[in-house]
Design a protein around this ligand. Structure first.
Ligand code: ZN
Length: 321
């Protein structure tokens, strides 16, 4: 494991965020947000979920589409995450705005304040959107040159021992795809059960293209990523701050430094079962950093295609983030 660099880590290039007035102009009213949701749900025009019919009439009093063939009435938000609260869509879009346009993430207390809802409601909205981000990127594999490293989240402030295998920490793998010249392209962050051969082999199968070429330090389990058929080069780094500056691992170290800054700057603590969603949020933003404004309609598009996870599953334990 590389020691995570301190505050002087370099930053990958990020595009400027969408300014709040521009956001308000595009997504400030309920009608505008509803139009985005409808266009995402039915890009080729209305399609009845019961019979596939295309003709409809609007039940304007209840915002429903009624199929001309079978008379079934459908809400454009039925079965999507937007239906799970009674909040106006413009509140959801504001949440999407804050979640996608802040590099550091946003705590549910702060989000609640900005949306004018309780912290519990803000937490629900945020985790439902994070779940969309997680499912959206779950099956995309990294290709080309990949820097990989092991890391941990949580536990740092509980006074436990530091480093590999410390109790209370959630292990995860960080992998950055770069261009052949070493410029960062995409990031993948995955929680693993532990740093063992089996977990690493299964990580590689889900996350790496067989044609990629991976560099890692000498941690023994990394040898198992070759199970997927990719090339694997071990670069000896030693340990401590010197290891963090090894050029071969520049971007995976940078990503880890940024994650650490974001997590410690924004959240008090993250419980283990929520870690995948926090990682997914970070990964989602990083991978779309060149087109920040388009993240809003793209996340809305993904959201209408993601089956909402019930609150009881979302919140398996208390979380204070
Ligand atoms: Zn129908």
């Amino acid at each position: 494991m590389q020691a995570i660099a301190g505050s002087n880590h370099p930053c990958p290039q990020w595009e400027r965020v969408l300014a709040e007035p521009a956001f308000e102009q595009q997504y400030g009213t309920e009608e505008q947000c509803r139009a985005v949701v409808i266009a995402s749900r039915w890009p080729k025009g209305f399609e009845c979920p019961a019979c596939g019919g295309r003709q409809y009439s609007l039940v304007t009093t209840r915002d429903l589409y009624q199929c001309t063939s079978c008379r079934r009435q459908t809400s454009p938000i039925a079965g999507t995450i937007f239906a799970s609260t009674h909040l106006p869509l413009r509140i959801w879009f504001r949440a999407i705005y804050h979640l996608t346009q802040t590099k550091q993430g946003i705590s549910s207390i702060e989000l609640g304040r900005r949306l004018g809802v309780t912290q519990t409601t803000a937490w629900k909205i945020k985790h439902k959107l994070k779940q969309v981000m997680l499912e959206r990127d779950a099956n995309k594999r990294l290709i080309g040159r990949v820097e990989i490293d092991d890391a941990y989240l949580g536990g740092e402030r509980s006074g436990g021992k530091r480093g590999r295998g410390a109790p209370g920490k959630t292990p995860f793998v960080a992998a950055v795809e770069t261009t052949p010249e070493g410029k960062p392209v995409r990031l993948k962050l995955r929680r693993v059960t532990s740093f063992c051969d089996k977990a690493m082999s299964s990580f590689a199968k889900r996350s790496l293209d067989p044609n990629c070429s991976v560099v890692s330090d000498g941690l023994r389990c990394f040898a198992s990523i070759a199970d997927v058929g990719c090339a694997h080069e071990v670069i000896k780094t030693g340990s401590g701050p010197k290891a963090a500056r090894t050029p071969a691992f520049k971007w995976v170290n940078t990503a880890l430094g940024n994650i650490k800054a974001a997590i410690t700057g924004t959240y008090r603590a993250i419980s283990s079962q929520h870690v995948p969603r926090y990682l997914a949020e970070f990964e989602y933003r990083f991978n779309r950093r060149y087109d920040l404004a388009s993240m809003i309609p793209r996340l809305a598009w993904a959201a209408v295609r993601t089956t909402p996870m019930p609150y009881r599953l979302l919140k398996l334990a208390e979380c204070c983030a």
